[in-house]
Write a protein that binds this ligand. Structure first.
Ligand SMILES: NC(=O)c1ccc[n+]([C@@H]2O[C@H](COP(=O)([O-])OP(=O)(O)OC[C@H]3O[C@@H](n4cnc5c(N)ncnc54)[C@H](OP(=O)(O)O)[C@@H]3O)[C@@H](O)[C@H]2O)c1
Length: 333
């Protein structure tokens, strides 16, 4: 890999794409040249990188000549069409969509868990689902210490997880309600302002949603733990940024709070915020815009043996998307 790679961001104008550009700059990724790609709607738009304006170009089949690394975040159908073209043109794709995550030939990577899987790539590397990535930041250190059997979890997912249009929808609905105007809906099937929706992604015949099953399927692949089980309820909440997840985990080995804290103390990218008597626990507002996830509300689970309950929060635009993608790109160097 070129030591100062030519990097492309596909979906540069989106909620994740904007964070990718900022993350490349913040982490001093040695970008030789930056190409920003989006739909025809955004052609000519200028986005700042290191104080310079970079003009957005239209994504086409010919966009990838000379590009070393392409960070994709323009949705699954765009990834399915263009990621293989980019890989064929000789560039390594880090894809944020769910298009390739479960392909046997495509590594699915959270660098704090399975960075060495990056080496197995054949042109495409997948970034995991945001709720899964954030949960694994706390679950994997516990798994290393006690071997996880299964989890029961509920997520509290921010609207920015749906993209830029959903951010506008929450803001607009709040204004409409405050101004006593009728509420209009474009993105979600129900009003999201002052509401919670137990519906993220589409429903499967089992009654779970696709999003809910990502925790088990992607968790197994990332942790190299094919027996891992996860029963999850994913919920959209009127939070602009950062997902939170309530997890009850059952382990093979006995768990103590002291040993769990020790496992977290050595975990990279994870802060322990756990002092309920001082009202200190992870909050979406506190982790928004931060690289690290935060875990707290640790307690021995009262409903199962060898169980631990915890609450984890993380910025899904960063650890769940842009930061994780740039970390994968760093592994390539
Ligand atoms: N949001 C999150 O927290 C999150 C987390 C993990 C993974 N992801 C995944 O990341 C991807 C992007 O999510 P997002 O939240 O950033 O969505 P978004 O805010 O809606 O942005 C979508 C981006 O894709 C571009 N795009 C749409 N149609 C295109 C086309 N035909 N050709 C080229 N570019 C096109 C858009 O460009 P225009 O501005 O020109 O329309 C925009 O830059 C999705 O696959 C999503 O599942 C998102």
């Amino acid at each position: 890999m070129n030591k100062t790679p030519h990097v492309a961001v596909v979906g540069a104008t989106g909620a994740v794409g904007i964070e990718m550009i900022k993350t490349l700059e913040k982490r001093h990724f040695p970008v030789g040249k930056l190409t920003l790609l989006a739909s025809a709607r955004s052609v000519g738009k200028k986005l700042k990188f290191k104080g310079q304006d970079v003009t957005v170009q239209e994504l086409t089949k010919d966009s990838f000549a000379g590009i070393d690394i392409a960070l994709f975040s323009a949705g699954g159908s765009i990834s399915k069409e263009f990621a293989p073209i980019a890989a064929k043109a000789g560039c390594v794709v880090v894809d944020n969509s769910s298009a390739f995550r479960m392909d046997a030939d495509v590594p699915l990577v959270v660098p704090e868990v399975n960075a060495s899987d990056v080496k197995k790539h054949k042109g495409i590397i997948a970034n995991p689902n945001c709720t899964t990535a954030i949960t694994l930041m706390a679950l994997y250190p516990l798994h290393q210490a006690f071997t996880v059997k299964r989890i029961f979890a509920s997520s509290y997912q921010a609207v920015s997880g749906t993209g830029a249009k959903a951010l506008e929808e929450l803001e607009r609905q709040v204004e409409q309600i405050v101004n006593k105007q009728p509420v209009t809906k474009e993105v979600y099937p129900h009003q999201i302002a002052f509401n919670v929706l137990p519906h993220v992604d589409s429903f499967l015949p089992s009654g779970y949603t696709k999003e809910e099953m990502k925790m088990e399927n992607e968790g197994r692949k990332i942790m190299h733990h094919p027996k891992f089980k996860a029963s999850v309820t994913c919920v959209r909440v009127p939070v602009f940024r950062a997902h939170s997840v309530a997890v009850s985990a059952e382990f093979e080995k006995p768990v103590t709070l002291e040993a769990a804290r020790k496992a977290f103390a050595n975990a990279k990218g994870l802060d322990v915020v756990d002092d309920p008597s001082s009202k200190r626990y992870p909050l979406a507002l506190d982790v928004a815009g931060k690289d690290n996830c935060a875990v707290g509300r640790l307690r021995l689970d009262c409903a199962m043996d060898n169980g631990l309950a915890f609450w984890i929060a993380g910025d899904q635009l960063l650890k769940g998307a842009a930061l994780n993608a740039v970390q994968i790109a760093e592994c390539l160097l």
